[in-house]
Design a protein around this ligand. Sequence first.
Ligand code: GDP
Length: 418
Amino acid sequence: QTTPQPTGLSPVIRKKLMGYVGFANLPNQVHRKSVRKGFQFTAMVVGESGLGKSTLINTLFNTTLYPAKEPVHPSAETPKTVAIESIGADIEENGVRLHLTVVDTPGFGDFVNNNDSWKPIVENIESRFDSYLEQENRVNRLKIVDNRVHACLYFIQPTGHSLKQIDIEFMRRLHTKVNLIPVIAKADTMTDEEIGIFKQRILSDIHHHNIHIFQAPSYDNEDEETIAENEEIASKIPFAVVGSNTSVTTPDGRKVRGRAYPWGVVEVDNEEHCDFVKLRQMLVRTNMEELREYTNDVLYENWRTEKLLGMGVAQDSTVFKEINPAARMQEERVMHEAKLAKMEAEMKMVFQQKVQEKEAKLKQSEEELYARHKEMKEALEKQRLDLEEKKRKVETGRPVTPDNKNLSTGKKRGFLRT
Ligand code: GDP
């Protein structure tokens, strides 16, 4: 069966396999490779201090990534600007390695004037994009470290009113640069009804200001179960969360992660008590890859194009190279090859020079050797002639030298002096 194709493309023939070939193992190969390499994920937490950010991160990854904070003395000098701090950890579950980085933003919303609280955060996110772009432009692109922020948990104070100016400002400034995930902090301080109303208000504010918050994309070929799962997760946004790293005992004797109150226990992992489970499902279990993909394909790509266009580049051929990664790579390759050719020519020249020097030295020592050989040969010849002369004189019995007397004595003693 042949599927007709537009002209210029080869026709696609659908074939039935007669037996096992093996490419069905491709997903396993990809899986093995990914597991070996591990995964990188960077999450940012933003919100006023004391809203439970560190506790929630510890609860999400079930580890004490954040040590318990020292209480701040009232007389201690408070910083004047938002700081950016990141903590990295390698965690492993069933042989799968995750390099997790959590970027904290202490000081956000804690000042009398919070107008510019969002600024250092935007700068930090953009500098991470910058570092990625710089790595992408290198000739060796094999070891790219992805430090881009893949998700930003924005903690909303559980006031029950609506979003504050600082919340709106932050989300408006950040929604095109990062996957925003709004959460209602310390949801155990509100009743179910209050939370329902608060969520509606928050959503209408977000809608009113045209803020885009992350939602799992739905694909056409997705199975019904996944679609239902994604819809259920989406229905809980903004997630009303409760964090706790201590286990408490419920009235019916179960040990759970939660917070104990005189009137009962709020369970972190109980979907009837809060949306923690759904948040973890989105962030870690179901959509981590989609968060990374959306960061790369949409947020980073938009930022990159804007940055290049902002550098005064218009749509001409030079710009085409700037924006078009293939053209840029081609240009880099040509430059790299020219550099290699130059290095090779230089090396050849040095090599030839060395060979010539060596040859000259060899020739010189050969000549020296020959001269010495000749000298020795001449000396020997002279010696031989002398001896022959002496021999001849001895045989003829003619005394030639004063030694002749000794010669007869020597004979008597039985040796011949030479
Ligand atoms: P951060 O400053 O935002 O990182 O806040 P922390 O995680 O240090 O929490 C500040 C305080 O709030 C601590 O005493 C926590 O025990 C408490 N806390 C954290 N999460 C929750 C929560 O979900 N509900 C309640 N009621 N208290 C919480």
